[in-house]
Design a protein. Structure first.
Length: 413
């Protein structure tokens, strides 16, 4: 994400105020990485004098626009309680952003030239507003689901029955977009006679498989109450899907040819079953966290202390998977042997891109206040931005930590 504001900017990402270099100066662009699952952005801008405006863009790893400042943002001159959060309900004082031709920002003669050419300079509709709050709710990029069943299909996405073209005909494929946050899919298929089977795949925006029908699905011939919901507990009548060589579906001579080549044709283990229910619970893809500390480390993920190999030795890196929905990380480090000290960590997504690194966006203290490891902890005066430290042991890359992001910093109080 890149952004600039005339004059002084404050940024919130998913309700959390986030400090970033440059945010206090009108002609300095602030840049930061934000999670791909970010749901809401909030920007406060204070116009000290003269020209005003907010300009921002978010791009994916390919450099394509995810969003830009435009009139899809909402702006107000009032900081209503919770305005920076995803579930905030906008009142009448929130309106579509208006555009302003800031004489500098409309040119590419400044640091903002690296912001997407599609950005607009936004504000409220009043030049008299000194302090402005603008927010944008981000839908996650959808996945594309393709499914077919012999003969008649009904589909549930996160417990909600979803009608889609083609679901009533055995040789017509149904295609729909589903949220990347989808937790469970359910397919009911009724066989009117003869051949039978269910075939489906879900792919991301890059066309890579998220899932296919295979034996990781569970199937039953009974629609137990709540079977289509993520929290359903499968009983003994639910078993791993069985495969069936449907003579047509196993070929690519039909509309189903665009379904992933990795799909299987699934059913229960009984050809006698006329109506079949199959379900698949989708975990969000995990992030990979790598961390090390000189000397002894303890780690908390969303308030839960997590033991991991290597955390007790200064020169052994700890690696673990954390949910993509993680809200807060906490690291305790004890410099037990004297000498050098420091904490170093990075979190990356499945593509190997940085989600976060240890830097001065972390907060540090020498006191373990009650609840410090939880997302709703309010930092007191004893919590300050992390300081960088040049630990002579951690600086070389010929060691286990060389696989950490090159952007990591060694931090301490």
């Amino acid at each position: 994400m890149k952004m600039v504001c005339d004059d002084e900017m404050t940024l919130w990402v998913d309700g959390v105020q986030t400090d970033v270099d440059g945010q206090g100066v009108y002609d300095q662009v602030s840049s930061l990485n934000i999670p791909s699952i970010t749901q809401v952005l909030g920007i406060k801008c204070v116009n000290i004098r003269g020209h005003y405006g907010i300009m921002a863009a978010v791009e994916d790893t390919r450099g394509d626009d995810v969003l830009v400042t435009d009139d899809s943002w909402s702006c107000s001159n009032t900081a209503d309680d919770g305005w920076e959060k995803e579930d905030f309900v906008e009142g009448e004082n929130w309106n579509a952003a208006s555009y302003y031709n800031h004489r500098d920002y409309i040119t590419d003669n400044g640091p903002w030239s690296s912001i997407s050419a599609n950005r607009q300079i936004i504000w409220t509709d009043s030049a008299a507003d000194i302090t402005v709050y603008c927010r944008k709710v981000l839908p996650l990029p959808d996945y594309t689901m393709k499914a077919i069943c012999d003969d008649q299909m009904a589909l549930w996405v996160d417990g909600v029955q979803t009608d889609v073209d083609g679901q009533g005909v055995w040789n017509q494929m149904s295609t729909l977009d589903i949220p990347a946050t989808t937790q469970v899919l359910g397919i009911k298929c009724v066989n009117r006679g003869g051949l039978y089977g269910i075939m489906a795949s879900v792919q991301d925006v890059a066309g890579d498989d998220v899932l296919v029908t295979d034996d990781s699905w569970s199937c039953s011939n009974a629609a137990d109450d709540g079977w289509e919901k993520a929290d359903f507990v499968e009983g003994e009548n639910w078993n791993a899907a069985s495969y069936y060589n449907h003579r047509d579906y196993i070929t690519d001579n039909g509309p189903w040819s665009s379904i992933s080549a990795n799909r299987q044709i699934i059913w229960t283990d009984s050809a006698a079953d006329i109506t079949v229910y199959c379900r698949k619970v989708l975990p969000l893809p995990d992030y990979t966290m790598k961390a090390i500390c000189d000397d002894q480390m303890a780690l908390w993920v969303d308030g839960v202390q997590t033991d991991v190999d290597g955390q007790g030795v200064w020169n052994q890196m700890s690696t673990l998977d954390i949910p993509a929905t993680t809200q807060v990380l906490g690291i305790k480090c004890v410099n037990g042997h004297g000498g050098p000290y420091g904490i170093m960590a990075a979190v990356q997504d499945v593509a190997g891109d940085d989600v976060l690194v240890t830097d001065d966006s972390w907060s540090c203290s020498n006191a373990a206040d009650d609840g410090w490891e939880k997302a709703d902890f309010v930092e007191g005066d004893n919590w300050t931005y992390a300081s960088s430290y040049s630990n002579s042991g951690y600086i070389p890359d010929g060691a286990p930590w060389s696989s950490m992001s090159v952007n990591k910093q060694i931090i301490w109080t």
